[in-house]
Design a binder for this molecule. Structure first.
Ligand code: ASP
Length: 321
């Protein structure tokens, strides 16, 4: 952030396509980075045109759900029974308005349904059939669960079943290290200083049916409050839930006086202590960005406002934000 910028100029945006491990000989991830770059630029255009942070993160996550390169929407990982079960959440920092869905497989865009839960229902979190019933009532586009399934995820499920593991989609994936990656999310700050966050995922490969991760839970994998920060997480959901990740960062900032960076680092330490790996993208009320991770990689794109260009990175050493 430049000190000369007026608060209304501090438009900011970041997105992620998952954290995890890649083999040393993994390629440059050109396709994934191109997708992240294009989607981030579309979201930046929304902010530049005066659009809201909420609209920017909705658009970005919806586009990421449509992209088969990531673990959300089309290309999501599969549960133990070979079915996609998708979780998503969105939240606006202005009033912590939140909508979330868990275990859905028939709505074309889980993040659009999450937003509908926030804006068009009195509830915060709806699961499975009940969530899909709301989608139908509201006329949201519906699809068959099979439309989310791609062969790579079937191969990953077969491998996970053989080894008896329940895996982050991209850990130890030697079958196709270049083919697809992780959970998706976005955070933004708009011209009014409002923050927003959105996250969408298929969860973990070979998970037990009915399992819900941190993504759908406000205060864990998805969080926004205009007084502190907006956060979207990726990684071992059980650990992020137990760390109450988003709320923990918020609390350290508001009550402990920590910077966003220090608060995220402490919360990530907690995740590690609880046996988890992953990372987050976060933005504070003044527009500072922080994209930390304790895994090998975090697919990410970010924009620091003004005339700067969107940047992308995967590995730690190439990170500039
Ligand atoms: N956090 C997600 C979950 O546990 C998975 C991921 O980020 O890859 O559902």
């Amino acid at each position: 952030m430049s000190d000369r910028e007026a608060p209304s100029d501090r438009l900011r945006f970041a997105l992620h396509g998952g954290a995890g491990e890649l083999p040393d000989d993994a390629g440059p991830q050109t396709e994934q980075r191109a997708a992240l770059d294009a989607i981030a630029r579309d979201a930046v255009a929304v902010l530049r045109a005066g659009g809201s942070a909420l609209d920017a993160v909705t658009l970005a996550v919806e586009q990421l759900e449509q992209c088969p390169l990531f673990n959300a929407g089309i290309g999501a990982v599969l549960n133990r029974d070979g079915q996609p079960e998708l979780d998503a959440a969105i939240t606006r920092g202005e009033d912590r308005g939140t909508g979330a869905v868990a275990g859905v497989s028939r709505v074309a865009s889980p993040i659009r349904l999450a937003r509908a839960v926030m804006e068009r229902s009195p509830h915060v979190l709806l699961a499975a059939d009940g969530a899909e019933q709301l989608a139908r009532e509201l006329g949201l586009p519906m699809v068959a669960p099979e439309s989310f399934v791609i062969p790579l995820r079937q191969a990953q499920l077969a491998a996970a079943r053989r080894s008896g593991s329940i895996a982050l989609d991209h850990v130890d994936d030697r079958a196709a290290p270049d083919a697809a990656f992780g959970t998706v999310g976005a955070v933004a700050r708009d011209r009014h200083g409002h923050l927003a966050a959105a996250t969408s995922t298929g969860g973990l490969t070979n998970k037990r049916p009915g399992r819900i991760g941190d993504t759908a839970l406000f205060g864990a994998g998805t969080f926004a409050d205009d007084g502190s920060c907006a956060i979207s997480c990726t990684g071992t959901g059980e650990s992020f839930i137990r760390a109450a990740f988003g709320q923990a960062v918020h609390g350290r900032m508001v009550w402990g006086g920590l910077s966003l960076e220090a608060a995220c680092a402490a919360a990530l330490d907690d995740v590690r202590r609880l046996g988890g790996v992953g990372g987050c993208i976060a933005i504070d009320r003044d527009g500072r960005l922080c994209l930390p991770f304790n895994a090998g990689v975090l697919f990410r794109a970010w924009w620091t406002g003004g005339e700067t260009a969107v940047q992308t990175a995967v590995w730690r050493e190439r990170s500039a934000a």
